[in-house]
Design a protein around this ligand. Structure first.
Ligand code: DGJ
Length: 715
């Protein structure tokens, strides 16, 4: 990113690849936003805007009510009624801030500006960070309090984004529930506030992914049109407010949710908000995805020491959950390991059910030792068996939770989130540990470190299966109790950070009852995501579309994306070949009972694993183009294109085809080198131009039909 400051006209221009962003300092010191949109090659282009927006602005003379006041940090300044980014209560009872420019510095591709309140001892530092040439800008702020009495933060968001005014915008967001995460919703804005949020404390993404996109007139498509978008790096209670004011002035504020989250800053303390990254695509939603994939793979994703985890392929996994649920033991695990190795499985994972009394979901959470009755030689015996066969070994944990029927709860009944005057409510028979408390964070770090070391874990699946509605923290000072949801998420993230630093080569899976924590705060720490507990291959036709808008294919996991014949959600029998193709689209994991599988099924799986290993280098870091959507058709087409455009694989899935869906149209490919010749493994060859303009014809019929075709650029 290029950061320019025009000292004469007092404005900043941030050029991030094909995107520009600008704001200026008004004569009285307030910061006003000037521009966000297509790149301006020369900062002089902003001069007319500077004249128009900054010069006439005077705080004291009053402004006409139609003057747009796009504050860089809205704090309910005079005549600004938009959603404030910051709202505080001072010790004298007065509320609000009036922030004036004090100074700035540009260090290492980052702009930091200091603003100070004109009266109170509060300083706010705004941070702006770029990512090379990617059209992305990450913003956050730090609030510092140097008074001598506590300051109450009542709303502390990360940033406000303003899009060009006077236009009609469509909002795109991803929402849903357990089993149907990332459903794409689109609505035209009206003069109203639209709030995307979470107030469930532990996680958010199943109901609402902390993401928004805006396009003009609802006209952007996958392939074309300008799209403004943003991702909040916060998976706890968050709030993204999209506000259209009179005159079609549209702004987006986002950050920690102000609901029940007052946070007290003691003298000398500071608060750093989560990051909020905004981006701009000139070529529709698929270019937005390309930008986000590049960002994840080249900047955000975890790096190991032994190998570059971000770019390394993910191992083929066998997971015990779907076939065995809570009835895992040494005998069946060792038998499974014997079956897995010859198939080519590379990582064996014991899911839930390995602790004492954990024979169902009513007991055992909190007691993180292997059940001596079912694992008489300890978990190390299973780990050793895996390693002896050349496989990695992984284990499931749910560190934030406790069952009332556990040694942990009997020893520490006060450790849970609870309102002492009310009976604690159970969800999935479990309670939530109060991770806002630092001693609980430290306890989790201690036992996790030991578990990873003692069991020689190569992989850890972190699960989380319930929300919080009774945000009680009786041991904290009354004024600190509402900070629970903020401190909970801060401590959660600090554990994930610790694990990555302490075990740089262990693979970590982000699971929260499926995709409950699929957000950009987790991307730097998790090598794999449980996309959803719904591995039904027909539902995946829709689910994967939403997931692939934001997240790279190699992270698309789950307990078994090659699911059992009748996955539990619908009990719909589906052919193995259809499920195998789904395994190829992500981080392959097998959730089939290998001890009861037929020889033919085992042979199919072995073939699928061999084929996947041959192809995964082309698939796992590929851009995913959504060629046809199952939300409109009885079929879904995903084209995986290597980032160097050297190869592509087309996956087509159909279900519920009817005669009038036949014949199907020719499907135009995307993202190829037009001049190159691409050769299909079935012998066909076509130029990139022909593939993208004439397209490919396909035959798909009936139910659960699928096709996979692999094409490589001729060298
Ligand atoms: C929910 C997860 O999403 C599943 O994959 C599995 O780990 C279960 N929890 C275990 O309880």
């Amino acid at each position: 990113m290029k950061i320019q400051y025009d000292a004469e006209q007092r404005f900043f221009h941030l050029q991030a690849g094909e995107m520009s962003y600008a704001f200026g300092i008004a004569p009285d010191g307030r910061l006003l936003n000037l521009y966000w949109g297509p790149v301006l090659e020369t900062p002089q282009a902003l001069s007319p805007l500077v004249e128009e927006v900054l010069r006439p602005f005077q705080s004291s003379g009053g402004v006409d009510q139609n003057t747009p006041l796009n504050f860089e940090v809205p704090t309910r300044e005079p005549w600004d009624y938009s959603d404030p980014v910051l709202w505080v209560r001072h010790p004298d009872g007065n509320r609000g801030l009036r922030l004036l420019y004090h100074s700035h510095e540009i260090v290492n591709n980052q702009l930091n500006l200091i603003l100070r309140d004109e009266h109170y001892p509060v300083e706010v530092e705004l941070h702006y960070r770029g990512w090379g040439d990617l059209p992305l800008l990450t913003r956050w702020l730090t609030v510092r309090h140097s008074g001598n009495q506590p300051l109450q933060l009542q709303a502390v968001k990360s940033a406000a984004w303003h899009v060009p005014a006077g236009l009609d915008y469509r909002l795109t967001h991803l929402s849903g529930n357990w089993g149907c995460e990332y459903t794409r919703n689109q609505l035209m804005l009206t003069q109203a506030r639209t709030v995307l949020q979470n107030t469930r404390v532990t996680s958010s993404a199943a109901q609402q992914t902390p993401f928004f996109a805006l396009d003009q007139d609802g006209a952007a498509t996958e392939k074309a049109g300008e799209v403004y978008f943003g991702m909040l790096h916060w998976g706890g209670d968050f709030n993204i407010t999209i506000e259209q004011q009179f005159g079609k002035r549209v702004s987006v504020t986002g950050g920690v949710n102000e609901f029940d989250s007052d946070y007290v800053l003691q003298p000398g303390e500071s608060f750093e908000t989560p990051e909020f990254t905004g981006g701009f695509s000139t070529r529709g939603f698929e270019h937005m995805s390309e930008i986000l994939y590049d960002w994840q793979l080249d900047a955000l994703m975890p790096r190991g020491q032994k190998s570059d985890k971000a770019h390394a392929t993910r191992p083929v996994i066998y997971n015990s959950w779907y076939p065995y649920e809570f009835s895992v033991d040494e005998e069946n695990c060792l038998a499974l390991i014997d079956k897995c190795a010859p198939l080519g499985v590379e990582l064996f994972v014991i899911d839930d059910g390995w602790m004492p009394k954990r024979i169902n979901d009513r007991a055992g959470l909190g007691d993180w030792v292997a059940d001596p009755a079912r694992f008489p030689h300890g978990m190390s015996a299973v780990a050793d068996a895996c390693h002896a066969k050349g496989m990695l070994f992984g284990l499931w944990v749910e560190p934030e939770m406790v069952n009332p029927d556990s040694e942990l709860y009997r020893a520490h009944p006060d450790w849970i989130i609870q309102i002492p005057t009310r009976k604690p409510s159970l969800q999935r028979h479990q309670l939530v540990l109060n991770l806002a408390r630092d001693e609980i964070r430290d306890w989790i770090i201690d036992w996790l470190d030991q578990l990873i070391r003692d069991f020689h874990l190569d992989y850890l699946k972190w699960d989380m299966n319930r929300y919080v509605s009774e945000n009680g923290w009786p041991d904290a000072a009354i004024e600190d109790q509402p900070s629970l949801s903020i401190r909970y998420t801060q401590n959660l993230m600090s554990i994930w950070k610790h694990l990555n630093e302490a075990f740089p080569d262990v693979l970590f899976e982000n699971c929260a009852a499926g995709g409950g924590r699929t957000n950009f705060a987790m991307v730097p720490y998790a090598d794999r995501i449980n996309r959803s507990d719904n591995a039904d291959p027909v539902d995946l036709m829709v689910l994967h579309e939403g997931f692939s808008m934001l997240f790279v294919p190699k992270t698309a996991g789950g307990a078994g994306n090659i699911a059992p014949a009748a996955h539990h959600i619908h009990q719909r029998p589906t052919p193995l070949d259809f499920r195998v193709h789904w395994g190829m689209t992500g981080s392959m994991s097998i959730g089939i009972n290998l001890l009861t599988a037929s020889e033919q099924e085992l042979t199919t799986l072995q073939g699928a694993i061999t084929e996947f290993k041959r192809l995964r280098g082309d698939l796992q870091d590929a851009y995913v183009y959504r060629i046809a959507s199952a939300t409109k058709n009885p079929y879904a087409l995903f084209q995986y294109v290597r980032r160097d455009r050297g190869a592509f694989t087309l996956f087509a899935f159909a279900h519920g085809m009817r005669c009038w869906n036949l014949p199907m149209p020719r499907f135009r490919m995307r993202g190829l080198d037009p001049k190159a010749v691409y050769c299909c493994e079935d012998g066909r060859s076509m130029t990139g131009e022909a593939l993208m303009n004439i397209g490919l014809s396909l035959r798909l019929k009936g139910d659960c039909d699928s096709v996979m075709s692999v094409w490589r650029r001729q060298e």
